[in-house]
Design a protein. Sequence first.
Length: 93
Amino acid sequence: MNCTPEELGLLRAYDYTAEDSDNCEEYIFKTDSGALYSCYFINASGYFEDYPSIKNDIVTFGFGLISPSEGFFVEKRFEARFSAGISVQLPST
């Protein structure tokens, strides 16, 4: 019997695209209702010039709505997968 993650009560992140520039890594994903979101990390080492031991490990995190759900009569509902869409797994050191 093959079940989807949702049928098993599991959450999975949305598919996303990643864009990388010199000072920013951005991840863009679309929810089931069609809303488009951006999560990004910006290099913030410039704020910590006096702390060379940590300055290269400092980033800021941002999150924003790029475009709202599609269609005029979209049902505004809670999407359980949403938090899985912005979960971040950092590498262990």
